[in-house]
Design a protein around this ligand. Structure first.
Ligand code: CU
Length: 333
């Protein structure tokens, strides 16, 4: 408080001005909290990012709302105090400048400060940990050995492959074809199997509320259940080289029947190209996919002394007339 409020250490009397100030501020915070909390829960919650396209997204929305509700009394208290200080304790124009009394320890203030901040931090810690481990908890990305699996009998596996600098998707239950567009059926449990062919990427499907690291030689699993049709944005969320910022594409959640006809159609159309891909597997060795300037399929080391300068008998000459890199399939060459 300020000099004009007198010595706060002799507080306790009913007519102490400090008491009046505290009581008023407490009332403002209480009333503000009572107004703001239901607004957050009943009005703002459904507009919280990332929406409700999947169970994971809805979980994120719930978490964001609860954390905002925990933070709002603190924000209201800070704003109320600043406003009150600026209005009520403003230095009167023309009045002489006097220093306030020295503020020494105040057990009540210190103890309640420590108690309240500890309670808030511990609350956030317990809530965050619980939300991480419960089924369909925060953000998907259950890791290579998930601590829980959905109980549904129909789980669609979709493999997500990151490479510098694009995303591709393989559908093992549809002949293992590969596309650059993520298409998912609505109202279905999805098991994303996220991996990388080169460096570390991160699969971030914003509207799905799913984020999972894409590590080479790792099959990172993320479960979620779709519950709304719509567009999906996929971005790389791990700095992975010069074109990291351009590493994004779009997908859709569509009705089950449209998904099925799309998948069957694509499986058929891609069949000649799917044959040239490495057989479906949960992880791929980079060299098998033509990384580093090699070719697929190829059994000869490149470069090798024999293959250089021999024209037709070079690495290209040993291929059955097609030069396809892992990336090439989706790119059309
Ligand atoms: Cu990346």
């Amino acid at each position: 408080m300020t000099a004009t409020d007198g010595d706060r250490r002799d507080g306790g009397r009913a007519d102490d001005p400090n008491r009046r100030h505290w009581r008023f501020l407490l009332l403002v915070v209480l009333v503000g909290t009572i107004i703001v909390e239901p607004l957050l829960w009943f009005v703002i919650r459904v507009h919280m990012p990332p929406g409700r396209q999947t169970t994971a997204a809805q979980g994120d929305q719930f978490d964001a709302t609860v954390l905002t509700m925990m933070a709002s009394p603190v924000v209201i208290a800070v704003l109320a105090y600043f406003t009150y200080a600026m209005v009520v304790w403003r230095h009167p124009k023309g009045a002489p400048l006097v220093d306030g009394p020295p503020i020494r320890s105040n057990l009540k203030v210190q103890a309640s400060w420590l108690f309240m901040t500890s309670a808030i931090v511990m609350g956030a810690f317990v809530f965050g940990t619980y939300e991480l481990i419960v089924p369909a908890g925060a953000g998907g990305g259950e890791g290579p050995s998930p601590i829980w699996t959905p109980t549904s009998k129909t789980i669609l596996p979709v493999q997500v492959i990151g490479q510098q600098w694009q995303w591709t998707y393989r559908y093992p239950t549809y002949g293992g074809f590969e596309t650059t567009q993520l298409v998912l059926p609505d109202n279905t449990w999805i098991a994303f199997h996220v991996t990388s062919l080169d460096v570390i990427h991160s699969f971030w499907a914003y509207q799905l509320g799913v984020k999972a690291d894409a590590n080479p030689q790792v099959d990172d699993v993320a479960f979620t259940k779709t519950q709304q049709t719509g567009k999906v944005t996929v971005r790389c969320d791990e700095l992975c080289g010069i074109w990291h910022g351009a590493m994004y594409n779009y997908g859709y959640v569509v009705s089950r029947s449209s998904f099925n006809s799309w998948a069957l159609r694509t499986e058929k159309r891609q069949a000649p190209l799917t044959k040239l891909l490495p057989p479906f597997s949960w992880t791929y060795s980079p060299s098998a996919n033509g990384a580093g300037g090699g070719y697929y399929p190829s059994s000869i080391p490149f470069p090798s002394s024999e293959s250089y300068g021999k024209g037709a008998s070079g690495p290209e000459g040993n291929l059955p007339g097609v030069k396809v890199s892992h990336k090439g399939l989706s790119g059309g060459q």
